[in-house]
Design a protein around this ligand. Structure first.
Ligand SMILES: Cc1cc2nc3c(=O)[nH]c(=O)nc-3n(C[C@H](O)[C@H](O)[C@H](O)COP(=O)(O)OP(=O)(O)OC[C@H]3O[C@@H](n4cnc5c(N)ncnc54)[C@H](O)[C@@H]3O)c2cc1C
Length: 403
């Protein structure tokens, strides 16, 4: 076990500065442009791959850190640069986490690198759980996976909704129902390799924020994958289904296990957006004069900033605690959910207050705070809405099946 410390070590401080420099020098100057274009920012992701910020080695190094803090520290800086581009760089990590959380060591070795490709041939991963009628309620997935024993082959059919990198990814990790009667206990995760016939992109969504991140439907029409693409393998799935049919606990479900592990990282994304807006508003409040003095000299404005600073620090502490616990213990009271809930709601409030502090300028697209406000909002929705986080926490603290 590694002690919890608020002092980042030398490696972490270096990574923090390295990501910050990239966010400041490369991402921020083009953030507005890619938000307006609403397109995947390939040149920026390629540049991130060239310096090793987008790539499997960076992810594995960060995830391998025994304190757990390296990843949230790096993500905060990345999203301080821009959340849409940050999501384009981080989107593949969700697929990688889905593979790492459910796959055999051989599957992890084979498929996680293919979610990233190389510096000269960038590839993407997508993690496909949500469906038009199943977002929070993951137990209702309609996508079906049917096994043909003679061919050792699975056939997938269904439609996935709101998938980050959906349809443009090289590797799609698809959660599907194998036995619908067992609800979430009858689900399994599958790799759909690059260029598999039958997988196509449905509609690409036009979004409120993180517009540089690609979000689309994924249509699975008789998609056939070999038995080796079932994450964890057939024996493990058969044993799990047998236990579920006997009504014995089967442990964590594939999609839920992935989300649980990634929540502090999502909190760190929101934190980066919140900090960007706070810093901007603080500088602005010192510069902007009204009634003959800087607006920060009014308590009404200074107290807003004091509140923003405190909420941001509180969020970071919850995120670091959850990230450390994920590596050095277990979550007891929904600490992962606490961190994501607090940071995402903080980001929405802080970015709104930043608009207020900038007044009319804040409401225009000439200043970045309105974009940060739009970008902040997604964090209260994806990877578990704020209501679902509160459900997880209330169940953890009470031991009761709160509905
Ligand atoms: C930009 C973007 C990117 C995304 N990326 C991905 C991705 O890569 N992969 C993926 O699989 N999914 C992805 N999603 C989907 C996302 O995870 C879902 O949208 C989210 O889980 C909410 O599901 P829903 O939209 O169906 O809302 P619903 O589940 O319909 O919820 C609607 C409202 O009801 C509330 N609610 C629902 N159930 C309860 C309850 N039991 N108690 C209290 N309140 C409740 C919710 O909190 C919410 O306020 C993405 C979504 C967006 C917008």
């Amino acid at each position: 076990m590694t002690d919890f410390s608020l002092n980042l070590n030398e490696d972490q401080l270096q990574i923090q500065k390295w990501v910050h420099d990239f966010a400041e020098g490369v991402i921020r100057p083009v953030a507005e442009e890619w938000d307006e274009r609403e397109e995947f920012p390939w040149p920026v992701v390629q540049e991130a791959a060239q310096i090793g910020l987008y790539g499997v080695d960076f992810l594995l190094n960060a995830m391998g850190d025994p304190t757990g803090l390296t990843l949230p520290v790096a993500i905060e800086e990345l999203f301080w640069g821009d959340a849409g581009i940050g999501m384009a760089i981080m989107g593949s990590a969700l697929a990688a986490a889905g593979i790492a959380g459910n796959g055999t060591p051989e599957q992890v070795m084979e498929w996680v690198p293919q979610c990233y490709g190389t510096a000269d041939n960038v590839m993407l991963g997508a993690f496909c759980v949500s469906e038009p009628d199943a977002g929070s309620d993951v137990s209702s997935l309609r996508t079906r996976a049917v096994y043909d024993e003679a061919k050792d082959e699975w056939t997938l059919n269904g439609t996935k909704a709101w998938i980050t990198n959906g349809g443009i990814a090289d590797v799609h990790v698809v959660v599907a129902s194998v036995d619908a009667e067992l609800k979430s206990k009858g689900q399994a995760s599958f790799i759909v390799p690059p260029n598999t016939p039958g997988l196509s992109m449905g509609q690409k969504y036009k979004k409120h924020g993180i517009r540089a991140s690609h979000t689309a439907e994924v249509v699975l029409d008789d998609v056939k994958v070999p038995g080796s693409c079932l994450l964890g393998g057939k024996d493990k799935l058969d044993a799990k289904l047998a236990r579920a049919r006997e009504n014995v606990s089967t442990g964590k479900q594939p999609a839920m296990a992935t989300f649980e592990a990634t929540r502090p990282a999502v909190g760190a994304q929101a934190l980066g957006v919140a900090r960007a807006a706070y810093e901007y508003a603080l500088d602005y409040a010192k510069e902007r004069h009204a009634f003959g003095k800087p607006i920060i000299m009014n308590q009404a404005i200074a107290f807003k900033l004091a509140n923003m600073a405190t909420e941001i620090d509180a969020s970071r502490l919850l995120i670091w605690r959850a990230a450390w616990l994920a590596k050095n213990g277990t979550f007891k009271n929904g600490e992962g959910s606490m961190s994501k809930w607090k940071a995402s709601e903080t980001a929405v409030r802080v970015t709104e207050e930043a608009i207020q502090i900038l007044g009319g300028y804040g409401y225009t697209r000439e200043y970045p705070v309105e974009r940060w406000h739009r970008d902040a909002k997604i964090h209260t929705i994806f990877e578990g809405t704020s209501e679902i986080q509160q459900l997880v926490i209330s169940r953890a603290i009470s031991g009761l099946r709160i509905e």
